[in-house]
Design a protein. Structure first.
Length: 461
């Protein structure tokens, strides 16, 4: 079986849905397929906006839901013959009426909990899947709508970004899809707790849904259909010569996704790695393009590095002090306080002198982290063990990534020599023992120059 996931841009309107249906039908002729869909482009954002408006008591939430309704009705008018339109429009209207009632409750309570938000956000996927299943049926292809929040994918109760219970989910998926009549059209991004409360897998989690289903069924491959030809060597909006990478190892793909390659969700590789299932990134707008293959074993790249990625808008906290040198547990104490506050550290760098330790956060968490460290390290600051806790902003994490970096001497030298020639200042550096990744911090103003310099040095022949 092949699992095909289509993102929001792929089902953005009636014309796009029609193109996706053609891809599905062509694939169905060659073998069994399972379909996972995101919400229509922009709909999940509108659902979130409606919830915030309802919580604030603003009547605008009603207008937002009406906009969602019109967006789906326009697609229906494009896709269906006159005698089929009313039935599917009634289905969409009933679903949106349920949401309006939930939002009215949010307005009365003036509170939108994470649990309520998960339920509200889930409707984007439900609407797009209902629409696609009805359209395939209208084209005389059997299709079954499957709601992944109804005893399908099971998670814990951490609403907003739930953790999957894999074994239980796999058993549910196998049972339900065995009974599915025709093409299963499955909601991405959403799941449920054991007692049936709707949860979500994190924004853009439909890739993850497809991967979970693929692993449960030991699928031939998981195809992620989006609006680009594959995973690119760098951001094409900044690097004019960026190109599609034909093949990536799981590890390379994980690194690139973590460092901002938006084509694939970071969690997507988790379920498929153990079962060595291939992932293929394809373009709905250009289905004939080969795309990018992500697999356990791939051909050796012709370049030393495979790609360059970055995380924008980060802040660097430098904890510095002579009293830190040789003191056991100082680093664990600092990291422990950050963990208690549930803040995510993107990167850590520490010199062997132990005189300072650098911690990198997304900018919205960096100031909070600085305040926490100033409070919890007061004793060490008063006793002069720590002289300074400094926060630098307007920074970017850059990462060069590739399997061929392992055991290849001179890469760091070439990298920092190239940056030095362009007078690009590097604030901190980190490299893991896997040698697949060299990460470093530069100023936001140097982002474009850094990407183009490294792409030219390492990836352009």
């Amino acid at each position: 079986m092949k699992i095909m996931k289509f993102g929001g841009s792929s089902v953005a309107n009636g014309a796009r849905i029609k193109s996706v249906a053609e891809i599905i039908i062509n694939e169905e002729k060659t073998g069994k397929t399972g379909i996972v869909l995101s919400a229509m482009k922009g709909v999940t954002d509108m659902m979130i906006e409606s919830a915030w408006n309802a919580e604030k008591g603003k009547p605008e939430y009603v207008k937002i839901i009406e906009t969602v309704r019109q967006k789906h009705f326009e697609a229906i008018d494009t896709l269906f013959p006159q005698d089929k339109k009313e039935e599917i429009k009634n289905t969409i209207t009933e679903m949106l009426h349920e949401i309006e009632e939930i939002l009215h409750g949010v307005k009365l309570l003036k509170e939108c909990s994470k649990r309520s938000m998960d339920f509200i956000m889930s409707f984007g996927e439900k609407l797009s899947c209902k629409l696609m299943a009805a359209y395939l049926t209208a084209l005389s292809y059997k299709a079954t709508y499957i709601d992944a929040s109804e005893n399908f994918i099971i998670t814990d109760n951490q609403h907003g970004s739930a953790t999957v219970h894999f074994q239980q989910s796999y058993e549910n998926i196998q049972k339900k899809l065995k009974k599915a009549d025709g093409i299963p059209v499955i909601t991405g991004f959403i799941a449920s707790t054991e007692i049936g409360l709707t949860t979500t897998l994190g924004r853009n989690g439909s890739d993850y849904t497809a991967s979970i289903i693929g692993a449960a069924l030991n699928a031939e491959c998981v195809e992620i259909w989006t609006d680009v030809d594959g995973v690119l060597s760098a951001d094409p909006r900044i690097v004019a010569n960026a190109f599609v990478i034909p093949e990536l190892s799981y590890q390379e793909a994980m690194e690139l996704s973590y460092f901002g390659a938006e084509v694939i969700h970071p969690y997507t590789m988790i379920p498929v790695v153990d079962k060595k299932i291939d992932i293929v990134i394809k373009n709905t707008l250009n289905p004939s393009a080969k795309g990018t293959l992500i697999a356990d074993k791939v051909k050796r790249h012709t370049t030393v590095i495979t790609g360059i990625a970055c995380i924008d808008d980060v802040g660097l906290i430098n904890v510095e002090g002579g009293g830190m040198i040789g003191i056991p547990g100082m680093a664990s104490h600092i990291l422990g306080e950050i963990a208690k506050a549930k803040l995510n550290i993107i990167m850590i760098s520490q010199a062997s002198s132990e005189h300072s330790i650098c911690l990198v956060f997304k900018v919205q968490e960096a100031e909070k982290a600085r305040k926490i460290l100033n409070q919890t390290l007061q004793f060490d600051i008063k006793n002069k063990k720590i002289q300074n806790i400094e926060l630098k902003g307007d920074l970017v994490v850059m990462a060069v990534i590739g399997e061929n970096m392992r055991g290849t001497p001179g890469i760091s030298g070439n990298l920092f020599s190239a940056l030095g020639k362009e007078k690009i200042n590097v604030f901190a550096i980190a490299q893991g023992s896997s040698e697949r990744n060299i990460s470093f911090i530069v100023g936001k103003k140097d982002k474009e120059k850094t990407l183009n310099t490294l792409h030219k040095v390492f990836l352009e022949k």
